[in-house]
Ligand binder design. Structure first.
Ligand code: C2O
Ligand code: CU
Length: 494
């Protein structure tokens, strides 16, 4: 806690190393905006519209089992705040969020990416099992004005809830917070829940300055991760979701925020967990009063109206994640209003007893340790915060870990900081085995496919993980500002 006292007094003004680089890229993008100016009042963005369906990316192939599409990343200017100047976003195909890519297991996928930004970019297929050279990692940038085709096949068993976003060196955080991120769903032809109406809810963060322009990151954003005054659902502020008259819905929810933790609650209703990042659980977990969705995670929930016929807000409740410095206290964030008034039925039917398969990845022969730490450094007489993995900042030239192809490994992830960090590993879906906190080990209550796992301050999480392609993979904190500041490593699969 010494750290917090120390930071509290000085609000960390120093900049150094990757922080400085990320910061200056940022500053150049919005030269007219000094830091620390008041933000736009959130009420100025109209709320209460009916929830929009997501725009879909068109499949231009007429071959069965093939998806071909095109994503162009470019600035787009939208009249976003009534009575204010238009807001420049950076978007895929002009769409906020990026268009929904809907695929099936077994599909051959070919997506042409056109970069019309003034920075290098990539498309990273977050969570999808794709070869390293197709995964849009920082080593394969597409230059401004350039293009490339990403090609991959989706294996059986890959049905799940994924997303895509840029991953260029040093520009990921900015490109994401300016609007570049979109949902992707892989469907199974044997999905046991297809009879249910499905909602796709992409939650993203937005921070607008008082002129309705996207605000640059300030010191607190770089340190704690960026949180704006808005948590939008499908790019709308607090929309209304007219609940299906049949009384039961399947919700897929994406946390596409840079750093905001979503402790989801629907007061008066419980939630039933049926799926995580990489697809369905084996059995539904009913009766949850809340669900914590860390940055980059996705979840599938079944929501039952039961006998309620009212309107209620889905909220993100306060989740203390150990923010540093002089930050405003967190508040409950209403996300959307669920309108149950048109429901006519009370669903009695139980969910199918068996949902998906999450076979134990099996015996582990190799152990690895990944340690999150932070340190304060003095550069040019100023203090700077560093976020490290295994005591080092990200270096594109360095291999941090080496794994053997198809060998199941036990990774022990240790959070030696006073803040939560969500770890994401590229190219695979792993299984959490257990958590350890203050000496108490708690086995995972059930198996689930995940590509992102949250670690509380001083928590240890053990996972089973395996890589199916040779090549280079990233692993990093998915608070995008922490990733930008060095909390990322490279795994070489041989
Ligand atoms: Cu969603 Cu390496 O990222
Ligand atoms: Cu972090």
């Amino acid at each position: 806690m010494q750290r917090r006292t120390f930071l509290g007094g000085m609000a960390v003004a120093g900049l150094a190393g990757p922080w400085l680089q990320a910061w200056s890229a940022e500053a150049m993008a919005s030269p007219s905006l000094p830091l620390g100016l008041p933000l736009l009042a959130s009420e100025l963005l109209p709320a209460g519209g009916t929830l929009r369906e997501l725009t879909k990316l068109a499949n231009t192939s007429n071959q069965p089992g093939t998806f071909q599409g095109k994503l162009t990343a470019a600035p787009v200017t939208l009249p976003f705040i009534p009575g204010h100047a238009s807001t420049e976003f950076w978007a895929y195909n002009g769409s906020l969020p990026g268009p929904l890519i809907e695929l099936f297991e077994g599909d051959t996928v070919e997506i042409t990416f056109v970069n019309q930004l003034k920075q290098p970019s990539t498309i990273h297929w977050h969570g999808l099992p794709v070869p390293p050279e197709q995964d849009g990692n920082p080593l394969d940038p597409v230059p401004p004005g350039g293009s490339r085709i990403y090609r991959f096949n989706l294996p059986e068993g890959s049905a799940g809830t994924y997303w895509y976003h840029p991953h260029p060196h040093q520009h990921t955080a900015e490109q994401a917070f300016r609007g570049l991120a979109g949902p992707l769903v892989v469907r199974s032809r044997k999905d046991p829940l297809t009879a249910l109406p499905e909602r796709l809810l992409v939650i993203s963060d937005l921070k607008l300055d008082r002129y309705a322009a996207i605000a640059p990151n300030d010191e607190n954003d770089w340190m704690n991760g960026r949180e704006g005054q808005f948590a939008l659902v499908n790019a709308q502020r607090q929309p209304v979701l007219p609940f299906d008259f049949g009384g039961r819905e399947r919700w897929r929810i994406w946390n596409a925020c840079s750093a905001r933790y979503l402790k989801l609650t629907l007061p008066g209703s419980t939630l039933t967990l049926v799926g995580t990042d990489g697809g369905l659980l084996e059995a539904a977990q009913a009766g949850l009063t809340e669900y914590l969705l860390a940055p980059a995670q996705r979840v599938e929930l079944i929501v039952d109206a039961g006998s309620r016929r009212d309107k209620v807000e889905l909220t993100a409740n306060v989740y203390p994640r150990g923010k540093m410095g002089n930050v405003a206290p967190d508040q409950i964030m209403p996300l959307l209003t669920v309108d149950f008034t048109a429901v006519t039925t009370k669903v009695q039917a139980a969910l199918p007893a068996h949902l998906g398969s999450v076979d134990d990845l099996g015996q582990t022969s190799t152990h690895k340790q990944v340690v999150f730490s932070e340190s304060m450094s003095m550069v040019n007489g100023r203090h700077s915060m560093l976020f490290l993995i295994n005591d080092q900042e990200y270096d594109m030239q360095r291999i941090d870990l080496v794994s053997r192809l198809n060998e199941v490994e036990l990774w022990e992830i240790v959070n030696r900081t006073d803040m939560d960090h969500p770890l994401h590993v590229h190219g695979t879906q792993f299984q959490v085995v257990e958590r350890e906190f203050e000496g108490v080990v708690t086995p995972a209550p059930f198996r689930a496919w995940q590509d992102t796992v949250n670690l509380r301050a001083n928590e240890i999480v053990r996972i089973k993980t395996v890589q199916r392609w040779p090549g280079l993979r990233m692993f990093h904190c998915h608070i995008l500002e922490h990733e930008a500041m060095g909390m990322m490593g490279q795994l070489k699969v041989v």
